[in-house]
Design a protein around this ligand. Sequence first.
Ligand code: PBG
Length: 330
Amino acid sequence: MHLGQFPHTRLRRTRASAWSRAMVAETRAHPSDLIWPLFVTDGSNVEQPIATMPGVCRHSIDRLPDLARRAADLGIPCLALFPNTPADRRTPGGEEALNPDNLICRGMRAIKDSGVAIGLLADVALDPYTSHGHDGLLHEDGRILNDATVAILAGQALNQARAGADIIAPSDMMDGRIAAIRAALEADGHHDVQIMAYAAKYASGFYGPFRDAVGAAGYLKGDKKTYQMDPANAEEALREVAMDIAEGADSVMVKPGLPYLDIVARVKAEFRVPVFAYQVSGEYAMVEAAVAAGMMERDRVILETLTAFKRAGAAGVLTYHAPRLAELLA
Ligand code: PBG
């Protein structure tokens, strides 16, 4: 018999049965890969659906301990809190970011006081607090004032650390903010508070539903292209990551998620730090819209995308599907 009649290698052999596929799997997702973002709002016993994110709600602070317990029971290691700041607390200078009793600080204290063992990530940026919806201070000529913003961001980070934040996550994309925040944390004794830098954050259309969720959609004037990155650039993302690591970031984030998996993979290959990906509101909304239209199966695609993030090298993923994913992985 002539051997050349048959494929020398049959890659289908190891795929032929479930036990074999499990044995050769290179990537495995786990509930500990998940960070669950939650939206916080005023009031008591409020669970307010977000129209652009079907299945996601804004929660009042009294509901947070139960949500934290549910997450911890599911093996989710960390929550990320985002505030829906009332209109009368939004100002051009975003001073509410420095209020020790703002929604985020009260929310974090409520979770810490409940005794649930779970990490808390606090987003640093002024957009939930400014009347113009930008992440930084806006000069009257329309420019974003980098250095003046950085000074306030350091104060915001300190305010959050004092309220119990375990991870400070600057999402503002100002230059020099990681160094300023690290210095402020050290000087105030928060040596063990981590910084997860939104290092490569792109000016993206995929944030639309989030701006609805935090009530910023109606406020934002113009766009964020002078501080968030151009989707055309990858080399620049590596420079952003290098800069944030040099300034003291413990881990870095790439955002949005799926359209930027190439960035996740390149950052992972070039730097020895944990890389996280944020599967953002618009990515969530796309899946939910397709599922609602009967076009895809939710459980299957959310597990597949989580696996894709892990395969690309992500240490973890911020995703609104976190609780369902944790159930599926249990
Ligand atoms: C604020 C911030 C944004 C997101 C996280 N932090 C929105 C923005 O930059 O406009 C988006 C998250 C999401 O879309 O799920 N700086």
